[in-house]
Design a protein around this ligand. Structure first.
Ligand code: DUC
Ligand code: ZN
Length: 457
């Protein structure tokens, strides 16, 4: 199939210009002014914004959390993703503690995802145990197209100690790979939870109190000191607050390579959500927790000045019935929020429209930088001849309001309920296939597993 997209504003990381795009089969065949192709279907894109398909490099579909499984699996989750302009997700596969291998973890995640995805997909590999065998498996993972890894400094079933953090970060760098790290201080969180329970405090309003910004910043600091010792780059995932940002600034000032990711919930929601009546605060329980206005301001500034490289979602959805597992004890509330469907339109509405970031920065944050970090550029993350024809089309004139009544997730609540959206996803091309048209999913399950190379930034 050939498409000629005429007169849209084509956005890249450094320009937003009126151009035509010619799509042939799965690829972009040409980008320029006044293109023509006799046999192509012509689509008028006047007034529309055309971005390289968004990449969400932080999702959790079909994941067991707190004795339940996320409401969205790869089928429903990637449907929501592509409706939101996301043409590729990088989910987290995981090794099992107690002798599990990386290969077993990868096979398990392929089983969850293969044949079910409506957008392209890959995995990061979570390393939860480190030994000689695991180290040997890094090479196997690279052969399988996995070049990024995840490490946890909290969650007993996942976390590695500081010594292994050092060893793993160093070994990954020797292979030209790196890890994204969940930074929170596990021991202090446990102690604060014990204090809350001893005081008889069991409601969701306690969630942010037991996972304070200082303890995230402390973990970021420790990670970065360890990374300096290993002389290796590292990424801080789901960065939430000002003090943690300052730790990253400090490390960079010392010459370290540090990448950072944040998520829309940390840019747009405040910690007062945890005190909403009738257990509504449970909807927002995620780790790290949602912070304060001054933290939001700091994160927006860091997006605008390039200190944060990507906005992902940490998509991890649960129904209200699942959240109610923690009705009598907030520590039993499964942690996570949905987000893949609204990341692009929220960033456009509250970032670009409100003058906090430019269209070009939005492109870098949602697509280009993730493609470069995760070894996909310029196949993904770019609208260039030879790139996959993954294109997210925004109609800036269309408006909507986010609601659980109309969203595509397999869940009955949305953390951004009631948020006005100005600029909706109109069309989405996935490798040359028109998968979303007029905001509706018209082609499902076209997603392919994508083998990734090494980082390019
Ligand atoms: N945080 C969550 O809230 N859910 C899943 C994983 C994570 O890090
Ligand atoms: Zn996560």
């Amino acid at each position: 199939m050939k498409y000629l997209l005429k007169n849209g504003t084509v956005v890249s990381g450094n320009s937003a210009e009126k151009k035509d795009i010619l799509i042939e089969g799965e690829k972009i065949a040409g980008v320029g002014v006044d293109l023509s192709a006799a046999d192509a279907q012509v689509l008028d894109m006047t007034g529309k914004l055309l971005f390289p398909g968004f990449i969400d490099a932080h999702t959790h579909f079909d994941l067991e959390v707190a004795n339940t499984v996320t409401a969205d699996d790869f089928e429903t989750g990637t449907r929501a993703a592509i409706l939101g302009g996301t043409t590729m997700v990088v989910d987290y596969a995981s090794q099992d503690k107690g002798g599990g291998t990386l290969k077993e973890g990868l096979a398990r995640w392929h089983k969850k995802a293969d044949g079910k995805c409506s957008c392209d997909y890959s995995f990061h590999m979570s390393i939860v145990e480190w030994n000689e065998e695991t180290e040997k498996e890094i090479r196997d993972m690279i052969d399988e197209g996995i070049t990024s890894f995840k490490l946890y400094m909290t969650y007993p079933a996942m976390m590695v100690d500081d010594g292994d953090l050092y060893r793993i970060i160093k070994a990954l760098n020797d292979f030209g790979c790196f890890a994204g790290v969940h930074c929170e201080n596990s021991g202090v969180i446990d102690a604060l939870i014990a204090d809350a329970k001893a005081d008889g405090r069991f409601g969701p309003e306690n969630h942010p109190l037991v996972r304070p910004d200082d303890m995230e910043a402390e973990a970021v600091h420790r990670l970065l000191v360890i990374a300096a010792q290993a002389d290796a780059p590292v990424m801080v995932v789901h960065l939430t607050n000002k003090k943690a940002c300052q730790e990253i600034q400090r490390a960079r000032a010392n010459g370290q390579t540090v990448y950072a990711e944040t998520c829309p919930q940390y840019l747009l929601l405040e910690d007062s959500v945890y005190s909403r009546p009738d257990f509504e605060g449970a909807k927002f329980v995620c780790a790290p927790p949602i912070r304060k206005k001054e933290d939001q301001d700091c994160l927006w500034e860091a997006l605008a000045n390039g200190e944060i490289q990507t906005v992902a979602t940490d998509q991890c959805s649960f129904t209200l019935a699942q959240k109610a597992l923690g009705k009598d004890d907030f520590t039993k509330i499964p942690g996570g929020l949905p987000g893949v469907e609204t990341r692009g339109t929220l960033l456009y509405t509250y970032g670009v429209r409100e003058g906090r970031i430019t269209l070009e920065q939005m492109c870098r944050l949602l697509s280009e930088n993730a493609a470069k970090l995760y070894g996909l550029y310029p196949r993904k993350g770019a609208i260039l001849p030879g790139s996959d024809a993954d294109i997210a089309v925004i109609d800036p004139e269309k408006e909507s309001v986010i609601s659980a009544k109309t969203h595509a997730y397999h869940t009955d609540n949305n953390p951004f309920e009631g948020f006005a959206i100005r600029g909706c996803i109109d069309q989405v091309f996935l490798r040359g296939n028109l998968a979303v048209d007029g905001g509706k999913l018209v082609k499902e399950k076209l997603g392919k597993y994508i083998y990734r190379g090494k980082k390019q930034m």
